[in-house]
Design a protein. Structure first.
Lengths: 263, 266
């Protein structure tokens, strides 16, 4: 039994990791064979030792912490505001007709385009970066929320109304829980938007501690190994949050909402 | 005694449709009476039920429930849908409780009524399960409990058993008969199954399509509890089939109804 389990875990790693392993091998091959200019593409070993140095000498952990804190803060603020505005928007035809085109228009503009404005309003500091992150989160979250409200099953709505639910009670006990599976998708989507906005803003606002600042420093001093090392860190953070948080959340919600595992 | 429900010359024509979904139709439902609307697809039976539920507005005519003009859902009427339409994020208990919460009933009182309703449909042992953990028949029983817990004077049922397998369907028909004998709401029951309608009802309105209308009304005087294999029921079903065949006057309609007849003829 446990041998079978071990076998299935190994197979899982092979199945999910083969492309990554191949890419790493090619990277190593290209650098080891001397086909690439080490200034433009350092070897994997070199990048790894730089990464180690960054953590021990430049206290990259502090930068990572600052970035993650900002990400979570900005995302949480943006999610809250987005869901609230989405619920208000989807709750009334009049409000929706007015608000929807504005949000859709804002979403068509890359969030980073608002950074100069944020810097002028909030200063060349972490606050401006946080505001941009929250704003980047807010737009897709609001859109996910009000779009989901249109997809609530008409039969469930009829059932709720027929049982006497109306107004705020109907919104709170029927519409909101009904859109939760869509909101989880919105959370994932807005998380990736938050990351993009945050990185772009941190690269510009170098005064603030964070991974973006390290990336920009690497470019400035021509240390491509630093740049690649930081990209790897961001990649790992992305994979870890996806696997540890979003995938589990999604699985739980889908099961509880009867979207999978139904008899 | 005043009727529980008075349907007064209601009609409906949907946009982009040549023939009326329902031509002016009238009937009364007495308190505690079990009435079925039966007929092939497109005969207007679901439209009629939707109007009684207050979910569809008639073009002409009016409906009175318990002496009040119907303008929306509620007012002593509860409805059971074809797919149970339970809220998937709530346990059965919480699903059954929902209507009571909507009416602002205090918690202690709710608990007692919910437990009673679940016992009535024999689901008290799975009260804390979620709908996805249950079979289709159990889900439909839960949705009946959800309607009954509101103590409706009028219970509306829109093809509640048509998505179930034949055995489950028979079991639930028996259970519905028993529950109705215990609680005695007025019932309007929509189905395309002729024998089901005859088995359950005091009165069956047989409808036909293009345009949707009542073609014949049957009063079923067989004493309860009834047996589905009762020859008297089979006679009534036979008469209904004859009547529906007589209504078939063009080929397109004949094809449409043939599908229905083979479905219910099993």
């Amino acid at each position: 039994m446990s041998a079978d389990r071990l076998k299935s875990v190994c197979w899982d790693i092979v199945r999910k990791g083969w492309l990554l392993a191949l890419l790493m091998f090619l990277w190593w091959l290209v650098t080891a064979a001397g086909w690439a200019d080490p200034y433009k593409l350092p070897s994997p070993g070199h990048v790894l030792s730089t990464l180690g140095n960054l953590f021990t000498e430049r206290a990259l952990l502090d930068d990572l912490g600052a970035t993650l804190l900002r990400l979570v803060e900005g995302w949480a603020i943006g999610v809250t505001a987005g869901v609230l505005l989405g619920l208000i928007t989807g709750g009334s035809r009049f409000l929706e007709d007015g608000i929807r085109p504005v949000i859709a228009g804002l979403q068509a503009v890359p969030t980073i385009a608002f950074l100069p404005l944020a810097i002028l309003w909030f200063g060349f500091n972490g606050t401006a970066v946080l505001v941009i992150t929250a704003f980047g989160t807010f737009k897709p979250m609001a859109i996910s929320t009000y779009s989901a409200m249109h997809q609530v099953s008409p039969t469930l709505m009829m059932a709720g109304r027929a049982m006497g639910a109306r107004g705020l009670f109907l919104q709170r006990t029927l519409v909101f829980p009904a859109i939760v599976p869509n909101l989880v998708t919105g959370l994932k989507l807005s998380w990736s938007f938050a990351w993009r906005a945050l990185m772009a803003a941190e690269i510009v606002v170098t005064g603030a501690q964070g991974l973006g600042g390290v990336l920009e420093l690497g470019r400035e001093i021509g240390a491509i190994d630093v740049v690649i090392a930081v990209i790897l860190v961001i990649l790992v953070v992305g994979i870890v949050t996806e696997q540890l948080f979003f995938t589990r959340l999604e699985r739980w919600v889908n099961r509880r909402w009867g979207l999978t595992g139904a008899r | 005694m005043a009727p529980a429900l008075r349907v007064n010359a209601v009609s409906k024509t949907y946009a982009r449709s040549e023939s009326p979904a329902l031509t002016p139709t009238s009937f009364d439902v007495e308190p505690g009476q079990f009435v079925s609307l039966v007929g092939p697809s497109g005969c207007g039976k679901s439209t009629l039920l939707g109007m009684i539920a207050g979910l569809i507005t008639p073009d002409e005519g009016s409906i009175e429930a318990l002496g009040e003009l119907v303008t929306g859902p509620g007012n002593g009427r509860a409805i059971v849908f074809q797919d149970a339409a339970l809220f998937p994020w709530l346990t059965l208990e919480r699903n059954v409780e929902y209507g009571l919460r909507a009416h602002g009933m205090p918690k202690a009182e709710r608990r007692e009524k919910v437990a009673h309703a679940l016992r009535m449909v024999h689901l008290d042992h799975v009260a804390d399960k979620h709908p996805y953990e249950l079979s289709g028949g159990m889900r439909q029983r839960a949705s009946i409990a959800r309607a009954l817990v509101l103590d409706p004077e009028i219970l509306l049922m829109d093809e509640p058993f048509s998505a179930l397998d034949a055995q489950t369907r028979t079991l639930l028909q028996d259970e519905l008969q028993r529950i109705w004998l215990e609680t005695r709401p007025a019932v309007v029951f929509v189905t395309h199954n002729l024998i089901e309608a005859a088995f359950l009802s005091d009165t069956v309105h047989l409808l036909s399509s293009s345009p949707g209308r009542v073609v014949k009304t049957y009063d079923i005087g067989i004493p309860r509890p009834r047996d589905e294999a009762d020859p008297a029921l089979l006679d009534i079903r036979h008469d209904m089939l004859e009547r529906l065949r007589a209504e078939v006057d063009d080929a397109a309609l004949r094809r449409a109804e043939f599908a229905e007849v083979t479905e219910v003829g099993a």
